[in-house]
Design a protein around this ligand. Structure first.
Ligand code: AHG
Ligand code: MN
Ligand code: MN
Length: 332
């Protein structure tokens, strides 16, 4: 019989002996936020909270009410715990400081509170993405520089998928582990231990509507994924799947193998995906699962952010597929 392992037990059993619990407890905080957000998203169609909040975020995108709610839950669960020196959220123009009355801790939390929010109104999977860095400044005042760290320096990263079930998938640099929420008992239970990107890959995910906006190398790559371009030989057949929620698309490809691409476009040379809240945390998970994430020429994890809301072209999934994309782009 399989053991039943809660996320709490798993985190505790896997923390280093020297750990003081600050980091471990931060992971619990995120798991709790995930439960609160999951219970709200599950009732979203009932609670008359759908529709637009009437405000736009700093990137000019229409904010849904659930984005605001999720952002607020994460902030209010994490601001007073003494574990963080700073937060940065996709929904805030500037870094979020820990209110002066609270103690400050050693970590920085960056997050996309609700990813794929355009899918809320149509009852399609959405998610939360997070990354955890060490605070650089010893006084723990928390400054912009603490948030602008490359993905390579992530201490942990993960996502929550609000899908047909709620899952929390994370890595602290020792493999990628997935937990499924049992809503009746309110616990995340270990369901996917040590996830590895399978071979051969099964899927590719890209928004084909932008084909004419891509550069020749990206176009060639997508034709190669489709089997139209036949060199180099590709001894497997892929299916195309695109949900439009990065978390959901990434999760499916993580379990089934494949590649997700949000390429650079002529009108948007940096693509759409945000480096800090989306690309870097998922790149960390991809590498931990045996895969790779690239901006088209080098690892996403090596890109040093210069601005909080920086965007980056993203190609992520099984290493050989992403490296083939880099080869097509290099030969453009
Ligand atoms: P967010 O809802 O946090 O703004 O992210 C939406 C992103 C991402 O989840 C998804 O992969 C992408 O937007 C889809 O964009 P297109 O509709 O342009 O394909
Ligand atoms: Mn997002
Ligand atoms: Mn978002």
């Amino acid at each position: 019989m399989q053991k039943i392992v809660t996320i709490e037990r798993f985190i505790l059993e896997n923390q280093p002996r020297t750990a003081k619990g600050e980091f471990t407890n931060l992971l619990y905080d995120i798991a709790l936020a995930a439960k609160v957000i999951a219970s709200k998203t599950n009732r979203a169609g009932l609670a008359n909270i759908l529709g637009r909040a009437g405000s736009t975020n700093i990137q000019g995108e229409v904010q849904q009410k659930l984005d605001v709610f999720a952002d607020d839950v994460i902030f209010r669960l994490c601001d007073h715990t003494g574990r963080l020196c700073l937060m940065a959220s996709e929904e805030h123009e500037e870094v979020i400081h820990i209110p002066p009355q609270f103690e400050k801790g050693s970590y920085v939390l960056v997050y996309d509170p609700l990813d794929g929010s355009a899918n809320i109104d149509v009852n399609v999977s959405i998610g939360t993405i997070f990354g955890i860095y060490r605070c650089l400044d010893h006084d723990k005042r928390g400054r912009l520089e603490d948030a602008l760290q490359p993905g390579r320096d992530l201490v942990a990263a993960g996502y929550v998928l609000y899908g047909s079930s709620t899952m929390l998938v994370y890595s602290t640099g020792q493999g990628v582990h997935g937990f499924t929420l049992d809503p009746e008992i309110g616990e995340f239970l270990l369901s996917h231990e040590d996830i590895r990107l399978p071979e051969p890959p099964g899927y590719y995910s890209v928004n084909h509507a932008y084909y004419t906006q891509w550069t020749p190398g990206v176009q060639k790559f997508v034709r190669w994924l489709q089997g139209v371009e036949t060199m180099p030989a590709k001894p497997f057949q892929l299916s195309e799947r695109y949900i439009g929620s990065l978390v959901a698309d990434f999760h499916r490809n993580l379990l089934g193998g494949g590649v997700f691409a949000y390429p650079a476009e002529k009108r948007k040379p940096q693509g759409k995906i945000r480096l800090l809240y989306e690309a870097a945390p998922l790149a960390f998970l991809a590498e931990q699962a045996g895969g790779y994430a690239s901006n088209g020429s080098s690892s996403i994890l090596d890109v040093v952010p210069t601005a909080l809301h920086q965007r980056v072209p993203l190609y992520i999934g099984n290493r050989k597929l992403v490296e083939q994309l880099e080869a097509f782009i290099a030969a453009e």
